[in-house]
Design a protein around this ligand. Structure first.
Ligand SMILES: N[C@@H](CCC(=O)N[C@@H](CS)C(=O)NCC(=O)O)C(=O)O
Length: 357
């Protein structure tokens, strides 16, 4: 069920007045938001993420509804979004970026319609408006919301990225990153540059699943549970779980190169997308400040190690990340001020080669 707005009236921003340095003016109109993550708050003040809606699978079986075909699918992302960047990481490391096209939206949420107040992902008017973001190359849509409306006339869920789009049937195949990465891992192997790279190998599946469970709850979603909590107890509990899980990671990574052993797996990509945002965004914006990532020696070097895997740095656009978080949650950061630091160099040397594969 779609959560109702629990935020009540809030200030919004007149984003058409975005100036070149991305500061923007406060709009005096009071509006309420709908259908956004910012509303998913329980009575105890805790953030509770709702499930994704489009859950179809692309298959290597050419007779299936969504067969794996080069050139047929498109991935809509935001460089800000950790879930979307999981999927983008797979395009690069599996060598699928010739077979599956992708494009990125603008980082700061804007009004998507004149008729209601929903703020969400929008496409820029041109490629030069903000480097990295580009107009919708397929449907000429103005917003991600429009894509959901093309795919389903009576859609009532959230308008999230990633969106895996079928150009042939003009619909959304899947909007759940944990499933999209599984498809990218195997379904397109006949067109992938790295078909033998298996990030979810049979012998490690149980361990990967178990790791994903606690890293998702306490870290990937845990930072959001800290940041979106609306009661102190809910925040305290989310922060306690987050730091317990980070300590657990630090301990594991003091003994092995990756989170499930000495080979890279899906669990590492899923963890990385949160860690790379930690000090630049979550430590400040989501109040995850008990300890910074760079105070955990193994986790910090691990993050650099993954960042330096060929292709992964192309998925990290710190400007989009910072603009998005600090600029799109006015209930957390009303003036949209983007902090100056810390500008960490993740391409710096690390010590992870000490673990042999
Ligand atoms: N379960 C989804 C979550 C995706 C998600 O929450 N994306 C956020 C961006 S980080 C979004 O698009 N939010 C739009 C909104 O809340 O209106 C996945 O993993 O694919």
């Amino acid at each position: 069920m779609r959560p109702r707005s629990l935020l009540g009236p809030i200030n919004t921003f007149n984003l058409s007045e975005l100036s070149n340095n991305y500061n923007y003016k406060l709009n005096k109109n009071l509006v309420s938001m709908a259908r956004s993550s910012l509303e998913e708050i329980s009575d105890s003040g805790a953030f509770v993420r709702s499930a994704s809606t489009f859950r179809n699978f692309i298959s290597s079986d050419q007779n299936s509804q969504f067969p794996a075909e080069s050139g047929r699918y498109h991935l809509y992302i935001s460089y800000a979004c950790p879930w979307a960047c999981r999927c983008l990481s797979y395009l690069y490391i599996k060598g699928l970026n010739k077979a599956i096209s992708f494009s990125a939206v603008k980082p700061i949420w804007e009004r998507t319609k004149d008729t209601d107040e929903y703020m969400g992902w929008v496409f820029p008017g041109s490629k030069i408006e903000l480097p990295g973001a580009e107009p919708d190359p397929l449907n000429g849509a103005k917003s991600i919301r429009e894509l959901y409306e093309i795919a389903s006339a009576n859609y009532t869920g959230k308008y999230t990225v990633p969106v895996l789009w079928d150009k042939k049937l003009k619909t959304i195949v899947n909007n759940e990153s944990s499933e999209i990465i599984r498809m990218f891992n195997t379904a397109f192997n006949n067109v992938a540059d790295s078909p033998t790279l298996d990030l979810y190998p049979a012998n490690l599946r149980a361990q990967i699943d178990e790791t994903n469970d606690w890293t998702y709850d306490s870290i990937n979603n845990g930072v959001y549970r800290c940041g979106f909590a609306k009661k102190q107890e809910a925040y305290n509990e989310a922060a306690r779980q987050l730091y317990e899980a980070l300590d657990k990671c630090e301990n594991i990574l003091s003994k092995q190169r990756y989170i499930c052993g000495n080979t890279l797996t899906e669990a590492d990509i899923r963890l990385f997308v949160t860690l790379i945002r930690f000090d630049e965004v979550y430590a400040v914006h989501f109040k995850c400040n008990k300890k910074l990532l760079r105070e955990f020696p193994n986790l910090f070097n691990y993050t650099k190690d993954i960042f330096q895997i060929p292709g992964i740095s192309s998925t990290v656009n710190m400007e989009h990340m910072k603009l998005h978080y600090y600029g799109s949650h006015p209930s957390i950061n009303p003036f949209g001020i983007v902090p100056v630091g810390p500008n960490i160099d993740y391409s710096a040397p690390h010590d992870r080669e000490r673990f042999s594969a």
